[in-house]
Design a protein around this ligand. Sequence first.
Ligand SMILES: [Fe+2]
Length: 486
Amino acid sequence: MPYSRRDLLMLAGHLGLAGAVLPRRALAAPDRPISFLEAGFAPVHDELDVKDLIVRGEVPRQIAGAYLRNGPNPAYPPISYTYPFDGDGMVHAVTFADGKASYRNRFVTTAGLRADRRAGRTIYGSLLAPVPPDARFVPPDGDPSPIKNVANTNVVRHAGRILTIYESNLPYEITSTLETKGRYDFAGKLSGGMTAHPKIDPASGEMLMFRYSLRPPFLVYRVVDPSGAIVCDVSIETGASFMVHDFSFTTNHVVFFLCPVVLDLAAARAGEPLLSWQPERGTRIAVMRRDGTGDVKWFTDDAFFVFHFMNAHEAQGRITVDYVQHGAFFTAPGAPPCLWRAVLDLGAGSIKRTQLDDRESEFPRVDPAQEGLANRYGWLPVRLKGNHPGTFGAIVRYDLQAGRSAVHEFGPDREVGEPVFVPRPDPRPGGRSEGDGWIMTYVYDRTTDGSVLAILDAVDIDKPPVAEIVMPRRVPHGLHGNWLPA
Ligand SMILES: [Fe+2]
């Protein structure tokens, strides 16, 4: 554990005090508070197994595999709640075979959730208002932290293991039928958790990941080989602790954006906020060889914030990174998050940033075969006029080569989540062209309080859906997920 119990209490306590960096925009609409426990965000409590779901349209028979998606879903009424940090992880899986679809959902049965179940209520607080759990319900191998490891942010498969991830703690492994196996530490080689956004290189089969910490080493980069073994473990000297949610990689390099959201234990001990937005530091970018050798190259620019990267690639001594830029942490007034590009010149040490779009967006994804390579296409949800705060009403497909985009609007009162790309199976190695496949995303309808899983042609995104799978009940808005081919 990188954090002591005292540190965690201090972290959480100061997060609560650090009003200047709280996600005000995400938490409150101008005229009424947003509840991330209502409408499309409200948790569900049943764990279902439903075969042969109703399909509008036709599911392509080539689609074989499962779409797994994780997200916060508090099992008990929370003592306090801040989306998206809190809430027990719940994985929703839609499995496809022979043109039919089935659904299963399960809580990630973390040690903290097991303790809650023993108590019959939640005994944990939240990231912003931690409550030390009642020790009577926490066994020796339980979760004693006042901030529960909820394993709610992403679900990935690598080396045959399916991991649910919460970035500040160890992942939980689940089975293909969504039963929780337990915490997973890579044969004892992972301490202190892993990013919820590990990257799987389609060329090498490696999984690249990192973690940030309150104490030195503040940033640790790791490589997991295709068999699932950690084979590279390198500290990057950052001089301070920065909150880093995601990163990007290319054929030869990894790229970390150190936006000035700083965690400072010494400040916290002196009564100052532990977490603070320090724009005077600017945003620094670290570029390192993927094998961890050689010097880290640093780039500096004005302050901005990034949660999520679309992709990165390198050519002729330059690294191009596409990402969703926030003006500040979370969002600066009048500067909604939207798609930007940074080009890093490794020889000159210079950086050039360009805004690619002005539509408010987040959760960008690419065709997984293009991860780390130049990608023509990218997909992300965008907010439309009239969309409720915190929700998106359309999926945009960018053609970054042509500088064009196409939009699929889902209609009034329909809200979408992260798009996931489903490649069209092709037995020929390298036979499939980029973008040949489908986009899946959950669509929540406010008027019916129900959900469908929409399947869209990935390139011709503006066409009517190929199919809509009618979910047996609402699937709450969540965070991240992935397509797991059969
Ligand atoms: Fe994320």
